[in-house]
Design a protein around this ligand. Structure first.
Ligand SMILES: Nc1nc2c(ncn2[C@@H]2O[C@H](COP(=O)(O)OP(=O)(O)OP(=O)(O)O)[C@@H](O)[C@H]2O)c(=O)[nH]1
Length: 237
């Protein structure tokens, strides 16, 4: 799935930045026109179509809507959600596309990653195969996200099923570290660490944005400082 991010500085003072980010669960999308969220126009990005239930991959609570676990309603089978993350000085509105888990649509998954600011790679800690699939998804993601751009978090879900665990915390952490990913474990069922996933990703997005803007200012200073030099040389002739 995917996420589009609106950043708004509090007090309505500053700019509204628009960024696109994609969250990637284990699922694979059927590309369809995305729905229009309330109050917004139609979107140019695809969203997943159907959902195959029960493969244990998804992080349902990423949809950012209050509801009881397992109480899905037919109208909730769509895959576009928004979540506002309050970060104190700023808040981020994440627009999230959830992919549906269908391997045969793997070839179109790049549509969901393109232009992403962020991605969540979610696996099921009770299924080693889902962990291996997450690694494959990362390879796909890396083709679409430019190096150093895009925040990717690896998420091990279903910590409430600890006795059935097949992927250790350490394995997840080491894989994440070796690929420069953020890492967390969650239980969507118990709502453990779910909001932390989003706030951590949002924080990281903001920090990267601040660093980029800082470095852009640095570049501008170099250009400004650079231009008088040739003139001075010229005039000295
Ligand atoms: N025990 C437990 N079950 C979970 C948890 N998260 C999801 N499930 C269950 O796992 C199954 C799959 O959940 P989905 O949210 O449909 O998984 P998904 O990967 O998004 O599904 P796809 O759309 O096929 O990718 C469902 O039966 C959920 O109720 C969790 O944290 N703990």
């Amino acid at each position: 799935g995917g996420v589009r991010k609106d950043l708004q500085t509090r007090g309505n003072r500053a700019q509204t930045l628009e960024r696109q980010a994609w969250s990637v669960t284990s699922g694979l999308p059927l590309p369809q026109p995305p729905p229009s969220p309330p109050g917004k126009g139609s979107r140019a990005l695809p969203r997943p179509g159907g959902r195959r239930k029960g493969d244990g991959w998804g992080l349902r609570t990423c949809r950012g809507r209050p509801r009881a676990f397992g109480s899905e309603q037919p109208w909730e089978t769509g895959a576009f959600f928004t979540k506002v993350v309050d970060l104190g000085a700023s808040s981020l509105k994440l627009e999230i596309w959830d992919t549906a888990g269908q391997e045969k649509y793997h070839s179109v998954c790049h549509l969901y990653f393109r232009g992403a600011n962020a991605a969540l790679l979610v696996y099921d800690i009770t299924r080693k195969d889902s962990f291996h699939k997450a690694r494959q998804w990362l390879a796909d993601l890396e083709k679409e996200l430019h190096p150093g751009e895009g925040v990717v978090m690896l998420v091990g879900n279903k910590t409430d099923l600890g006795e059935q665990r097949e992927v250790t915390f350490q394995e997840g952490k080491e894989f994440a570290e070796s690929n420069k990913l953020l890492f967390m474990e969650t239980s969507a069922k118990l709502n453990l660490q779910v909001s932390e996933v989003f706030s951590t990703v949002a924080q990281e997005l903001l920090q990267r944005e601040a660093r980029q803007s800082h470095s852009a200012q640095g570049d501008a200073a170099v250009v400004l400082n650079a231009s008088p030099a040739p003139q001075a040389k010229c005039c000295a002739r």
